[in-house]
Write a protein that binds this ligand. Structure first.
Ligand code: NAI
Ligand code: COI
Ligand code: MG
Length: 357
């Protein structure tokens, strides 16, 4: 199995190193894994001037799966937009047509107290956010900063979704709901935005194909509030690129930390890119403080969705669970009085637990 490994920037290389420890444990057991490391984001800009060099894209397209760390950093924020690290990731998602972004938010029982919300609100939480990833205002044209008739600068972006883009991700939402509690909540802003009126119309049109799924609709401002009021009301949430980006960061805190949430970005050909939902965390980069569990759990998703080894996915998830049960915590999930381990120590602990399971 060929895996393209793209560490990226900031804490990206630190947490990817821990994910590789997990892959090495499996390789030592005889699982055939070929890892090819390539630059992306700011690291690629430094080397080539391009945040997604053609050689990196080719490697990803030819791999069975892509393991991605994180990109971005203040050093790159003043570059022309096309050279910024974030554009490299957006181009990679678009080029591989990775339209279905699965972001599961599950609360491990051992981390109930790590959430900023009360235990009775988050205990047992298990939400799946299905975020559309290759459309919406992140890709719409025209976009830019221009001078208007009054001589004033004016920034503009375009929120646009075609019917087919909505339909294919909506099917993902319904099908995911079929495998879970059969409740799908579609999140939009149809009271204001025409683009999301179409979103609601298309999702509603598809619903009769899934009679066992209970479909509901919610406006995004209310959804943001309901996620912290009573998050367990949700099973699967399907939403657009922008709203899904924001709501998934919000949902991550229900689980204790943004450092806990993995993701899978899938296309219709079965290819996938696996990355934590968080960014490059420049504020803690290089300090051994980053939680590598979102990256390690992304490896589990990679085995489940691209490499067709659910058995290995479950073993990795079980190893994470056992490490948390042992009370091993990075700073972001530690309670007052609990000992804190480094990024590397957390990775070592999961690798040790995996060898034992
Ligand atoms: N997929 C990607 O590569 C993404 C990249 N970014 C980029 O990352 C850079 C930083 O963006 P921010 O808004 O600060 O978001 P961020 O997600 O990098 O960090 C937000 C906060 O969460 C903390 N955090 C994030 N991951 C953590 C982990 N694994 N363990 C412990 N704490 C963690 C950070 O220390 C920070 O306080 C920007 O350049 C942004 O464009 C942002 C989101 C996604
Ligand atoms: C292009 C990324 C920086 C957008 C983002 O925040 C994400 O996908 O989570
Ligand atoms: Mg984000």
């Amino acid at each position: 199995m060929k895996i393209a490994v793209l560490p990226g920037d900031g804490i990206g290389p630190e947490i990817v190193a821990e994910a590789i420890k997990i892959l090495e444990v499996l390789r030592a057991e005889g699982i055939s894994l070929e890892l090819d490391v390539a630059p992306v984001g700011g690291a690629a800009v430094d080397q080539t001037g391009d945040p997604l060099p053609p050689s990196t894209l080719t490697l990803c397209e030819q791999a069975d799966a892509v393991l991605f760390g994180a990109i971005g950093g203040p050093r790159y924020d003043t570059l022309p937009r096309e050279q910024r690290p974030e554009r490299g990731l957006l181009r990679l998602r678009k080029a591989m047509d990775l339209f279905a972004n699965l972001r599961p938010a599950q609360v491990f029982p051992e981390l109930v107290a790590a959430s900023t919300l009360r235990p009775e609100v988050v205990s047992g939480l298990d939400i799946l956010i299905v975020r559309e990833l290759t459309g919406d205002i992140y890709f719409g044209e025209p976009r830019g900063i221009r001078t208007n008739g009054a001589g004033e600068r004016e920034g503009f972006n375009t929120m646009v979704y075609s019917e087919s883009e909505i339909r294919r991700v909506a099917h993902w939402g319904f099908q995911a709901a079929m495998r879970r509690q059969r409740r799908l909540c579609s999140v939009d802003k149809m009271n204001v935005l025409e683009c999301t009126q179409l979103w609601r119309d298309v999702v509603t049109e598809i619903a009769p194909e899934y009679p066992e799924v209970t479909l509901s609709h919610m406006l995004v401002d209310n959804a943001a509030m309901q996620l912290v009021r009573h998050p367990r009301q949700f099973d699967v949430i399907v939403t657009g690129n922008l709203f899904g980006d924001i709501l998934s960061d919000e949902a991550s805190m229900l689980t204790g930390s943004i450092g806990m949430l993995p993701s899978a970005s899938l296309n219709a050909r079965g290819q996938g890119l696996y990355e934590p939902i968080h960014g490059s965390a420049p504020d803690i980069a290089g300090q051994g403080k980053a939680n590598p569990l979102a990256q390690i759990l992304s490896v589990a998703m990679m085995f489940r969705y691209s490499l067709h080894r659910s058995d290995l996915a479950e073993r990795i998830e079980e190893a994470v669970r056992s490490v948390l049960a042992q009370g091993i915590r990075t700073a972001d999930i530690a309670q007052a009085g609990e000992g804190i381990v480094s990024t590397g120590q957390m990775g070592d602990a999961v690798a040790t637990a995996l060898r034992a399971h």
